[in-house]
Design a protein around this ligand. Sequence first.
Ligand SMILES: *[C@@H]1O[C@H](CO)[C@@H](O)[C@H](O)[C@H]1NC(C)=O
Ligand SMILES: *[C@@H]1O[C@H](CO)[C@@H](O)[C@H](O)[C@H]1NC(C)=O
Length: 306
Amino acid sequence: MPSLAVAKAANAKFSPAYLPVAVFVGGTSGIGQSIAEVFARYTKGNAHIIICGQNRTKGESIIAKFPKPTVSSPLGAPLHEFVQCDATLMKNVGVTTSDLLARLPKLNFLVLSQDALNFQGRDETEEGIAKMMALKYYSRFKFINDLLPLLQKAADAGEDAKAMSVLAAGRGSKIDLDDLGLKNSYGFINATLTSPTYTDCTVEEFGARNPSIAFTHIAPGFVRTPSFSRLHWSMALLSPILMGIMYPFSVSSDDCAEYMLYALLNGDKGAFRKDNHAENVGEKGYYVTDEARKAVWEHTLALTKA
Ligand SMILES: *[C@@H]1O[C@H](CO)[C@@H](O)[C@H](O)[C@H]1NC(C)=O
Ligand SMILES: *[C@@H]1O[C@H](CO)[C@@H](O)[C@H](O)[C@H]1NC(C)=O
């Protein structure tokens, strides 16, 4: 496994001959924000960086701290921008991806980390999708699937073309093909364990269908982010205690982001499952079968069509 120093040194060497275009969905908080920030730092701001999330104030304040670019956009637009999207609804994702498809010449990096812990049962959206799974899985699939033409343009130009879902590679469970979407077996744990396997299935399928693009499902590990304390007042109270217990096993969001960026920048073409140190996880927690891959792909295409 690469040490943090090795990952950092490799990231610092990233200096593409082209102006990279990168989209960070969920980049307004947590690990997504940290990855966007390290990306901005290592490119010295000289990249078209789009942070996509729900909270414009937050997104714009993150962008305001990016290093100022010394080059200008070929599109004549600001190089760092926030795009608002509530990704719990596939129709919203569709609006955002249509906008990006219409105006971006290509896309080099697509990082997906939108998430929300939700203990309120299935909490179904008007589109019939459990809200937590909409963020963890369905919207991420739709962003990748819709933006494939832009990734392909980057690949065709010989540039990086990489999509990465920051979720929980190696930490999934077996899935029930008779209840895809968990209409009948929804529970917080089932949703948490099913989403990684769905992700494995579709990342593999994307890789097979688009051999010149890299698709990675990665696990960030236990990162010190504020997500616990936002859950519930009891968590806010417990959070310092939990943090005290977990601290030795956890990693700062910045250090984790170095590994995530390392995995993103150094990924080969094809489909990958990686851990919190950017290493392949092998067969750990792997429940993809040919049948599952096909079933999950078709289920997801149908559910995310908007
Ligand atoms: C959006 O982010 C700002 C700045 O971090 C915060 O003050 C505000 O409460 C957030 N709004 C919502 C609706 O979460
Ligand atoms: C979770 O899934 C398993 C297997 O599909 C099922 O037996 C169980 O009842 C589910 N849990 C809930 C809360 O529905």
